[in-house]
Design a protein around this ligand. Structure first.
Ligand code: FAD
Length: 419
């Protein structure tokens, strides 16, 4: 099989890179082993929430200029403030072109609410989810937080505890329906996706709306866990149209409905542009010629090679097995690329879970064009994009999706410019 570009990994980075290249007329394939981090997403895309020293960021573009000075190996610093600033509009456009309706401003972070009710600075949030412009002020003073009876991946009490710190009065409501009783017989079935399937049915949506109307009486807003719209895109809009009070969604613990929907939408967009998507296949090895990758071999295609002019490594970090930790080193399993890590294992992590963990900044070594380095030499036609890059702390700095989106565009840009 011959393509212009083969992308390994179908997460946010691989998908966006593939869409950008396919939009520009490149014949692309994405080979992806399994689901990606986006399946666990909060429904928000973070750009830069904190500086490496922990200072909160309000204007990510201004902060990127500073980042270049204090963290020159950060992917944003490598791509450069100019590239990032110029391409920050392209990322939401690509999401919207796939049907993922997002709002946000790269010059001013807003705040998303975590499943535990905490506020985190972010860049883009899928429409319908509760956000606030300021971490000190919610857009209501009295709210009704509704949960489904027996649903354990959403915590109204924790959320209320946080909201009360801002003087918000919180009422609670619980929903039950005969169709929910059926899935409740097995507690492991009470997950967001199964519940959402119940509310894909018009009659259940109608009952839900009626119950919300009843429980919301006297409240300025209603909060629901993200348990709506897995099988139909209009479910939340239909529900809102039946309820007079403003209705907001909050993310639940995984599986994430906004994440699953986003993944499906990106995949659909890539395919509609002529891209070929091989889900459930694993790239195992590569053949080389004259310092270039010539072809890839996968688990499902055996000795049938994937040939291309360019390749993109978008296999993610430890979570997606794009990086693997052995007792004494960090390995990139497909190409055996050089990796960035501290040799002393004792420095990889601290036992305090919420501390800044060094291992999170480990990743694939690249040159300043994000070409993968192997045995000290950049490989001419192999780039790295996304969570597998070194030099950043996605959780602590709140920059996971931003790095994936911008590096995907950066790599696509390099390939399109023929560098
Ligand atoms: C649990 C979790 C939740 C997160 N939530 C958020 C959030 O809400 N907001 C935010 O801004 N950031 C979040 N992040 C940060 C996240 O890293 C980025 O947002 C982004 O989604 C990462 O995308 P990616 O494409 O770089 O990597 P991944 O999403 O990790 O995708 C890598 C893909 O490569 C595939 N793959 C790996 N090896 C191979 C192989 N050999 N052959 C073929 N395919 C392979 C994997 O199966 C996977 O599909 C989260 C991260 C995690 C781990």
């Amino acid at each position: 099989m011959k393509f212009d570009v083969v992308i390994i990994g179908g997460g946010l980075a691989g998908m966006v890179c593939g869409i950008r290249l396919a939009e520009a007329g490149k014949k692309c394939a994405i080979v992806s082993q399994g689901q990606s981090a986006i399946h666990f997403s909060s429904g928000s895309f973070d750009l830069l929430g904190r500086m490496p020293d922990g200072t909160e960021v309000s204007d990510p573009i201004a902060a990127m200029a500073e980042l270049g000075k204090i963290a020159p190996e950060h992917p944003y610093a490598i791509m450069g403030e100019k590239f990032c600033a110029e391409h920050l509009q392209q990322a939401p456009e690509i999401l919207r072109s796939a049907g993922i309706s997002v709002s946000g401003d790269c010059r001013k972070n807003h705040f998303r609410i975590t499943p535990m009710g905490k506020m985190k600075p972010t860049w883009l949030t899928i429409d319908g989810y509760l956000t606030t412009a300021s971490s000190e002020r919610l857009p209501f003073e009295k709210v009704c937080i509704i949960n489904v009876e027996g649903f354990l991946d959403f915590y109204p009490e924790f959320i209320a505890e946080e909201f009360r710190k801002q003087g918000v009065v919180c009422n609670f409501g619980t929903i039950n329906l005969p169709d929910l009783e059926r899935i409740r017989r097995n507690p492991s079935e009470m997950r967001s996706v199964n519940i959402a399937r119940v509310f894909d049915r018009e009659e259940n949506l109608e009952v839900l709306a009626a119950k919300i109307r009843e429980m919301a009486s006297g409240c300025e807003a209603v909060i629901l866990p993200a348990i709506i719209g897995i099988g139909r895109d209009d479910a939340f809009d239909v529900l809102k149209s039946k309820v007079n009070t403003p209705l907001y969604l909050l993310p639940t613990l995984p599986p994430s409905i906004p994440g699953i929907k986003a993944q499906q939408a990106l995949q659909h967009r890539f395919r509609s542009l002529g891209g070929e998507y091989f889900l459930g296949d694993t790239v195992l090895s590569a053949e080389w010629k004259d310092g270039r990758v010539k072809e890839l071999f996968t688990a499902n295609h055996g000795d049938i090679p994937f040939r291309a002019d360019h390749f993109v490594l978008a296999t993610g970090s430890f979570f997606s097995k794009g990086l693997v930790a052995t007792p004494d080193r960090i390995v990139e399993p497909v190409f055996g690329a050089d990796t960035v890590f501290t040799p002393d294992r004792a420095e990889w992590y601290t036992l305090r879970f919420f501390d800044r963990q060094n291992y999170q900044a480990f990743g694939v070594r690249t040159d300043r064009s994000l070409r993968v380095v192997k045995e000290g030499v950049p490989i001419e036609n192999l780039y790295c994009a996304g969570a597998g890059l070194a030099g950043f702390h996605p959780v602590q700095e709140g920059c996971g999706a931003g790095v994936s989106l911008l590096s995907a565009l950066f790599v696509a840009d390099r390939i399109l410019k023929g560098e």
